[in-house]
Write a protein that binds this ligand. Structure first.
Ligand code: NAP
Length: 279
């Protein structure tokens, strides 16, 4: 049978965290702290969990996380002002607002209060515009993790047909630009796409960001394709992706769930916080 390569997000993250830990320590010793501020408003359970997991990963590379907690009901202006304070602090080099904010808030105003050079999850309109224009900027970290995985496993992208299923602001849309920059031919599909499987079968690299367990079936995949599964779905107490197991057996390489893209995302946040915007 075919050799299928597993694109291991944990291992990729571990290798990157080694380099990152050294850099963070050297910079701190040179008087340049690299701290991540996490903005938590209201504290929903998923946001709390994400904040704790980012903090754990940050600690493992010797990076300090400053948790900025606000109770639901804190005035909008107070949060915007707090973001301004974080922008001015030289020891804080990354700011991560955890979304969604409670409904009453004007999310765009709070996000766009971030200085683009500290917008480590590429959430501001300025970062999105720079990404679109091909200028140096931060990109949403999940999208960044997808591209990083391919780079670290030396999977060529140039000239390949990349098909992305899902057009969200955090995954599908930024990936259009990240892949175009790498000279891929990019197709984006969504819930209104006609003949979805006819398109996905053309993919050399297929990215699934749908949010439906096992959505991509074996008949939707070309033999020897590279499968990138961004989905995180809970089924019977287990975490599964958007790509079913039978489909992965046809692949040349695939990202498992868990342990694939999701395992790499917080490392991207920390890299952005430490290294800043890279060319
Ligand atoms: P989302 O905002 O819910 O978007 C889902 C996309 O899938 C939409 O563009 C939707 O199309 C499309 N879609 C839904 N049903 C479809 C169908 N039958 N055929 C074709 N397209 C269909 O999703 P998201 O935020 O990008 O997240 C997607 C998945 O990735 C989720 O499982 C999420 O948990 C996971 N995720 C993981 C990470 C991480 O690894 N840290 C980060 C973000 C997301 P329309 O636009 O037409 O509705």
């Amino acid at each position: 049978g075919r050799m299928t390569m597993i694109l291991d997000g944990k291992n990729t993250a571990a290798l990157r965290k080694e380099r990152l830990a050294t850099y963070v320590r050297e910079e701190r010793e040179a008087g340049r702290d690299k701290k991540l501020a996490v903005l938590l408003v209201g504290g929903s359970a998923p946001s709390e969990m994400y904040a704790q997991s980012v903090r754990r990963v940050a600690e493992s590379v010797g990076m300090e996380v400053v948790l900025c907690r606000f109770a639901d009901g804190t005035p909008q202006a107070e949060i915007v002002a707090a973001v301004g304070d974080l922008n001015r602090r030289v020891d804080i080099t990354g700011i991560l607002p955890l979304l969604p904010l409670p409904e009453a808030y004007n999310t765009a105003e709070i996000i766009n209060a971030l200085s683009p050079c500290k917008d480590v999850d590429g959430q501001t309109t300025v970062s999105k515009g720079r990404l679109f224009a091909g200028e140096p900027s931060f990109a949403p970290c999940t999208a960044q993790a997808v591209v990083t995985m391919l780079i670290d496993y030396d999977i060529p992208v140039q000239g390949k047909h990349v098909v992305i299923v899902g057009r969200s602001d955090v995954v599908g849309k930024p990936l259009i630009h990240l892949f175009l920059q790498k000279n891929a031919t990019v197709t984006v599909c969504h819930s209104k796409t006609t003949d979805l499987s006819g398109i996905t079968r053309q993919a050399d690299i297929l990215v699934a960001a749908v949010g439906k367990a096992g959505f991509v079936s074996a008949d939707m995949v070309k033999d020897g394709a590279v499968l990138i599964d961004v989905g995180i779905n809970r089924v019977d107490g287990k975490t599964v992706g958007d790509i079913c197991t039978e489909a992965t057996t046809k692949a040349a390489a695939y990202t498992p769930v868990p342990g694939g893209i999701g395992a790499l995302v917080s490392t991207m946040i920390l890299e952005n916080t430490a290294y800043g915007i890279r060319e």
